[in-house]
Ligand binder design. Structure first.
Ligand code: DCP
Ligand code: CA
Ligand code: CA
Length: 365
């Protein structure tokens, strides 16, 4: 009988740049940078990704293009514009191939998917190693692409395993090795532990995931609240029971944050929601989704929770629309309530993958 799940996370290596190398093998041994050009000046814009040769010169995703140019001065570096249509097409082919190897597959971004292969490998992590190698070989042969794979008893550990060895990596973490694997890592390797949380944990003398795993859970709940406190504790202990969902589509993407002080000041509130929107938008973009609903969430000083939602006429993937709608919803909410706000949240939902009208229009210019 199978008791443990065997979960894989597959993440394509330097995805956009790898796609570019595929259709133009001549650039393969040069630094390759794929960027989003804003069009203001010749070099304004940001790096989407780069191949590992360019990374060797210090080029990173998100870096301004002029900075990448400077780092690659004197090399035969190739700079290219993003071509999402082509990457999506590659992505679809790869996902289709992966699908054939999985009991269920959950695509989490254009270049990433979880596979539940428990049945395929008969619950064995030994078999999983051969199986992962077979998937890699098949993808290389049929599509000429390479990716890294993390194998573990759950999604959380599979993801960290995959990230720990790239490119073309294969990292297997058996159930009995999960604790030892996570323990020495810094806490920020856990999803949801950002700069602020890392600092706070440092003050509590929690530096590694092992420190967190051994910490008093009641204390964590006191400091971070029940939901987060419990999450940090279980995650640090390598526990994650979320299933690999075939549909792949999250129902909503949201972020919530606590304000520095309770307030009813609109601009102060919007400053926070703009930060949250930034995060929400990043995830929406990564998953290439359009949304139809925008919701704000407010936790008031008396700890009651309120939401306000707007449904758009057509699907959108525009950050400006989120911010504009959040402002309108917040203004309306403040006019209807008298209490101060303690926490705010931003949520988008009603997803589809169709291209928004606006994008089709700008395509003509
Ligand atoms: N991407 C982007 N802007 C970012 C980060 C990523 O446009 N700031 C795009 C380009 C990447 C793709 O998303 O190719 C996948 O992102 P990953 O984080 O998986 O990074 P890569 O696949 O490029 O590299 P790695 O080999 O580290 O996975
Ligand atoms: Ca990747
Ligand atoms: Ca990825």
């Amino acid at each position: 009988m199978v008791t443990e799940r065997v979960i894989m996370l597959v993440d394509l290596d330097y995805f956009f740049a790898q796609c570019e190398e595929l259709r133009n093998p001549d650039i393969k041994n040069k630094p390759v940078v794929v960027g989003v050009y804003s069009g203001r000046t010749e070099d304004s814009g940001a790096v989407s990704t780069s191949n590992y040769i360019a990374r060797g010169y210090g080029v990173k995703s998100g870096m301004p293009l002029f900075m990448a140019k400077r780092k690659l001065e004197g090399t035969d570096a190739v700079f290219l514009h993003v071509d999402h249509e082509y990457y999506d097409e590659m992505s679809n082919k790869i996902m289709e191939l992966l699908h054939g190897y999985a009991g269920s597959l959950e695509q989490v971004s254009v270049d990433e998917a979880y596979l539940d292969v428990t049945v395929q490998v008969d619950g064995s992590f030994e078999t999983a190693r051969e199986y992962a190698q077979k998937i890699k070989q098949d993808a290389k042969q049929k599509l000429r692409v390479s990716f890294s794979i993390g194998v573990a008893p759950n999604k959380l550990v599979a993801k960290i395993a995959c990230d720990s060895q790239k490119p073309d990596g294969l990292t297997i973490v058996k159930p009995e090795d999960v604790k030892a694997f996570l323990s020495p890592m810094p806490v920020n390797r856990l999803l949801g532990v950002g700069k602020k949380t890392t600092l706070k944990m440092e003050q509590m003398d929690i530096k590694t995931i092992g420190d967190l795993a051994g910490f008093n859970v009641q204390k964590l709940i006191e400091v971070f609240g029940r939901t987060l406190g419990l999450y940090f504790y279980t995650a640090a202990n390598g526990v994650d029971n979320t299933p690999v969902l075939e549909q792949g589509e999250a129902e909503s993407i949201s972020r919530i944050g606590t304000l520095k002080m309770d307030t009813r000041n609109l601009e102060f509130l919007l400053q926070k929601t703009t930060e949250l929107t930034e995060d929400v938008y990043r995830e929406v973009t990564e998953k290439r989704l359009s949304f139809k609903q925008i919701t704000i969430h407010a936790v008031l000083t008396d700890l009651t929770s309120k939401t306000r939602m707007t449904t758009l006429d057509t699907p959108s993937k525009d950050k400006g629309i989120i911010n504009k709608t959040v402002r309108a919803l917040m203004e309306k909410f403040l006019s209807e309530s008298t209490l101060e706000i303690r926490r705010v949240g931003v949520k988008v939902s009603g997803f589809s993958r169709e291209e928004p009208k606006q994008k089709q229009l700008t395509g003509f210019f």
